[in-house]
Design a protein around this ligand. Structure first.
Ligand code: XMP
Length: 523
């Protein structure tokens, strides 16, 4: 993307929040081109030296630091000298308050999750609301602005009196303590719309087709005329979309590899084979590696170790397959933005939450160049891309499934028997959802095997057996999620089916936590 295109879009400076790229994608949804730069990107220094704003507006993301802690990412004072609207979100707002002379305090408890706030002055990003209107917003912060400097005024506050939004008295500089970019902030899109179009004066020109064409060009350029690409196919949405994109870019120089690691869902390998080999005529190699994975996982209980072991094995298997394919020097992966942001602390501040096997699980020594065309996208954007590519809806609308598979849905030790238990319970849950037309009511649903045993009674006998947790969430992008409100009668029926049909289970529970503070998967 050329500098001139960013000049008419919005630059997001990343201070390490997990939600940073979500800001950029919300803007893309609005048709506004957006780029994310690390907060200390040298291009920003250059722009400040030249005194020229690199974009039509600048958003400072949230982040895990406290403004006064050692090594905290800092605010570039020169930003305020640029003639450009600025919006600080969460940590970004605290940076602004601090830079303008106010005070930021560490809260005793912080605020996490859905929080009502009252608009006191409808200006800037809040201009679409009425004075005194109450908004449900998503907070995720420990610190908060305590004392405002004279040049900042409050625009909204929580019912506990915590400042929720501020504005500069006479410049287009704003701060939001909450996250307008997450879908659980109900009017978040309206807030970003007001900032992008009204405050920054952006137009709405960006489209998914642009992204697709640019990515295909990039793949062609990278791969050249005679190299080959291997694509790890799991049958999930992401890898299917990547395979279709790479296929469109380089045709039959693509070989797909399905590693059956024994951690797949019920009949998954067979389904993938039918779809890709029989219907699409893709060169698909299925590698039977169940034993190899399960024995490598023997006795491993730590979730991060499980992920690393699985990630490493995957790549080594790809390397083995590649030896039979001349000129195979590229590996295409369906890595998404949430995988990247939750796995790495690139550029510094973002804290590692889980090593997604596509990313954090990669060994340091890798014999391939990586093609990861979805790295900036979120699940629902990938689905839109899949539709643009003409993939069938039963593939595009499947619930997400994690790369490390059922291994992260068995808490504790992974054994063949425990895999079979969770696989059967999961199958019953998913088939019941389909039967009752509830599959689409959940963004993702699955079963988890817990490492505890509880007492039950079956027939006239006491049992001391294992517990299955059912998890079903609503979400748009996997970054935040809420419990799905499945009918209690339905859950009861699934529980009965699981307890009656799956050996070794005598209790079923339903997980009602939201993300944050929980995550979607249990490990
Ligand atoms: P969490 O548990 O982090 O999950 O809230 C967010 C979404 O990501 C999926 N997930 C993964 N996907 N490789 C993947 O391809 C992984 O290692 C991985 N771990 C979690 C998860 O199923 C949910 O949709």
């Amino acid at each position: 993307m050329s500098a001139s295109e960013l000049a008419s879009g919005i630059l997001v400076l990343d201070y390490g929040s997990q939600y940073t790229l979500l800001i950029a994608r919300r803007l893309r949804e609005l048709g506004v081109y957006s780029e994310v730069w690390p907060w200390d990107d040298p291009r920003l220094e250059e722009a400040l030296e030249d005194g020229e704003a690199p974009a039509n507006g600048i958003i400072l993301s949230g982040g895990p630091a406290s403004v006064d802690s050692e090594d905290a990412p800092s605010f570039h004072d020169g930003l305020l000298d640029l003639d450009v609207p600025i919006l600080g979100i969460c940590y970004g707002m605290q940076l602004l308050v601090d830079a303008l002379g106010g005070q930021v305090e560490g809260g005793d408890e912080g605020e996490y999750g859905r929080t009502p706030v009252r608009v006191t002055q409808p200006r800037g990003p809040l201009q679409a609301f009425e004075a005194d209107e109450q908004l449900d917003v998503w907070m995720s912060h420990g610190d908060s602005a305590d004392t405002l400097p004279d040049n900042l005024v409050p625009l909204a506050e929580t019912l506990n009196g915590v400042l929720a939004a501020v504005a500069h008295r006479d410049r287009p500089v704003f701060g939001l303590q909450f996250h307008p970019e997450v879908t659980h902030t109900e009017d978040g899109n309206q807030i970003l719309t007001s900032f992008a179009f009204e405050v920054c004066g952006c137009g709405d020109e960006w489209q998914m087709e642009d992204f697709l064409n640019r990515s295909i060009e990039r793949i062609r350029d990278a791969v050249g005329d005679d190299e080959q690409v291997i694509c790890g196919l799991s049958g999930g949405v992401d890898s299917s979309v990547v395979a279709a994109m790479v296929h469109r870019a380089i045709g039959d120089r693509l070989t797909c590899v399905l590693v059956d690691h024994g951690l797949l869902r019920h009949r998954e390998a067979k389904t993938v084979r039918t779809v890709f080999e029989d219907h699409f005529g893709v060169d698909l190699r299925v590698i039977e590696a169940q034993e190899e994975f399960v024995s490598a996982l023997e006795g491993v209980e730590d979730p991060e170790r499980k992920r690393k072991i699985i990630g490493e094995k995957f790549v080594r298997i790809f390397e083995r397959v590649a030896k039979d394919i001349p000129n195979a020097s590229w590996l295409a992966q369906g890595t998404l933005y949430p995988d990247v942001i939750e796995s790495t602390s690139t550029g510094g501040p973002s804290e590692t939450i889980k090593s997604h096997h596509n990313v954090g699980g990669l060994p340091e020594r890798l014999e391939f160049g990586l093609i990861e065309p979805l790295r900036e996208l979120f699940k629902d954007e990938v689905r839109a891309l899949g539709r643009t590519l003409g993939l069938p809806s039963n593939m595009v609308d499947r619930h997400p499934f994690p790369g490390p598979g059922l291994a992260v849905r068995i808490l504790g030790d992974v054994t063949e028997q425990r895999l079979e238990t969770v696989r059967q319970a999961d199958h019953i849950f998913i088939e019941s959802l389909r039967e009752e037309d509830l599959y689409g009511a959940a963004w993702q649903a699955f079963a988890v095997l817990l490492p505890v045993r509880t007492v039950g009674v079956m027939g006239d006998s006491r049992t001391y057996d294992q517990v299955i947790a059912l998890r079903a969430v609503t979400s748009r992008d996997g970054m935040t999620a809420d419990r799905a409100h499945l009918p209690m009668d339905f859950l009861g029926m699934v529980s009965d089916r699981i307890i009656n049909r799956v050996d070794g289970i005598n209790r079923v529970v339903y997980d009602v936590s939201s993300k944050p503070p929980a995550t979607i998967e249990w490990e």
